[in-house]
Design a protein around this ligand. Structure first.
Ligand SMILES: Nc1ncnc2c1ncn2[C@@H]1O[C@H](COP(=O)(O)OP(=O)(O)O)[C@@H](O)[C@H]1O
Ligand SMILES: [Mg+2]
Length: 213
């Protein structure tokens, strides 16, 4: 099988000159993701059974390990959230929707690859996974973060009254941003940033955690 010919979206996200183009591409991916998650998934139970152990492993790495960085008074809510994430059976997720798994093809089409971490959960997890990279890049280009987050979320979820899902999304988002800054793969996601930018992202995460948890 021939691969998609093009460039990983990651390259456009980390280049200040192509940041806006990257946001546009991410908005297309999120609109696609929203319609994917809205499909009926008749095999959800068997997919869930087969992917549960891996989902748990990844959640330990990306969520539970991050608990060490949280304030004591956020831990109870963080635990409840993690448990909700682990038990959610809402929809079929890509499970690793990052910009290195999205290829902008030479003919302008967008290819999504690497579905091997597929799992079952709340769709807001996939959306936050991807949007976390835009949040990080927005600190480099000094874009207004809330406006960007709201814009991207509305591409994924046109139903603005789905408050619970939005709440889960914002919680996933702070974990995903902090994981990319502090987790074991930080050199890949945030290693190129200056110490000043990293410090600003950390402050943003601390505020978000205290507000969202
Ligand atoms: N079908 C494909 N078409 C084009 N490039 C691909 C394709 N599959 C993989 N790649 C390239 O190889 C990289 C790693 O492949 P991927 O399937 O994402 O493996 P990994 O599990 O290591 O992330 C991708 O980021 C992409 O650049
Ligand atoms: Mg990959």
């Amino acid at each position: 099988m021939e691969g998609a010919k093009g460039i990983n979206l990651y390259e456009y996200v980390v280049n200040e000159e192509t940041f806006h183009y990257a946001v546009e591409q991410v908005s297309h991916v999120l609109a696609w993701l929203g319609s994917l998650h809205a499909l009926e998934n008749p095999n959800i139970l068997s997919i869930s059974a087969n992917s549960e152990a891996f989902k748990r492993y990844k959640a330990t790495l990306q969520y539970q390990k991050i608990f060490e960085l949280l304030l004591e008074n956020n831990l109870e809510a963080a635990n409840v959230f993690l448990n909700e994430h682990l038990t959610s059976q809402e929809t079929l997720l890509h499970g690793d929707l990052n910009t290195r798994n999205i290829i902008i093809c030479v003919d302008g089409r967008i290819a999504i690859i690497d579905f091997e971490q597929g799992q079952v959960g709340c769709g807001s997890h996939d959306a936050a996974y991807l949007i976390s990279e835009i949040v990080i890049a927005s600190f480099v280009v000094n874009e207004e973060i809330e406006t960007l987050i709201n814009l991207l979320w509305s591409c994924y979820e046109p139903d603005v009254i789905n408050i619970d899902k939005h709440k889960r999304f914002r919680r996933h988002l702070c974990f995903q941003v902090l994981y990319r800054l502090k987790g074991p793969s930080r050199h890949i996601w945030t290693g190129h940033l200056s110490d000043d930018t990293k410090a600003k992202i950390e402050v943003w995460c601390a505020r978000e955690f205290s507000y969202r948890l």
